[in-house]
Design a protein around this ligand. Structure first.
Ligand code: SF4
Length: 209
């Protein structure tokens, strides 16, 4: 497991590698962020941005998307994975927001996770990005990098990863570190082809194979 000295070195180095790391999804409101995150499951942010560009032009808010036809939403988002289920989910989610929250996105973890199709990670992203709440969303990159380098052990759950990062970091740094870990996982410590040969962290990394 990574000791505190190596953990701090890792985070400081990531800060230098990716000084501008931030959310790569395009959106103009809390509602649009919520929809973009729901659409991003098992899909890249680049793919999501390609479809939300048209989706949000036509359906910019919960009232508009709640009244959209399933077939039209499918025609807009069909290039991303799981588009059938996602089309249903985002229309249902919009209807729920329209009927229960006057079209607004609620700002507490409990309310967010009670929305249809919204889980812990999505709620944490919305709270962290739009409600200035110190949270650590754990997506596939955050989980993979944390396990490989040894912030947590390989059998940890996503909740274990979240708790360990929250325990080790200053609350004010959670958002930045979230994006740093995503950038490092997306562009360097990739799922199928991590660049271990050129990695500045190979002397501290716990990856075995
Ligand atoms: S050595 Fe390889 S597995 Fe470890 S952090 Fe670097 S790229 Fe990732």
């Amino acid at each position: 497991m990574l000791n505190n000295k190596d953990f701090n070195y890792f985070i400081d180095s990531l800060n230098k590698m990716y000084p501008d790391a931030d959310c790569e999804l395009n959106y103009n409101s809390v509602f649009q962020l919520l929809i973009a995150v729901v659409l991003s499951a098992q899909t890249t942010d680049i793919q999501v941005n390609k479809v939300t560009n048209n989706l949000f032009k036509k359906y910019p808010d919960a009232f508009a998307l709640a009244n959209a036809s399933y077939s039209d939403v499918i025609s807009i988002i069909h290039s991303i994975g799981l588009y059938n289920a996602k089309a249903k989910n985002i229309i249902n989610l919009s209807k729920y927001l329209k009927d229960n929250y006057n079209g607004e996105v609620p700002s507490t973890f409990e309310e967010l996770t009670s929305l249809p199709g919204v889980g812990r990670k999505t709620a944490n992203v919305v709270l962290m990005m739009e409600f200035n709440t110190p949270r650590m969303p754990v997506d596939t990159h955050v989980e993979r990098v944390s396990k490989r380098i040894g912030i947590v052990d390989k059998n940890s759950t996503t909740l274990d990863v979240e708790n360990e990062l929250v325990k080790r970091l200053d609350p004010k740094d959670l958002r930045k570190v979230h994006h740093l870990l995503i950038h490092f996982g997306r562009y360097f410590c990739k799922s199928k082809s991590p660049n271990c040969i050129e990695c500045p962290f190979k002397s501290i990394c716990n990856k075995e194979d």
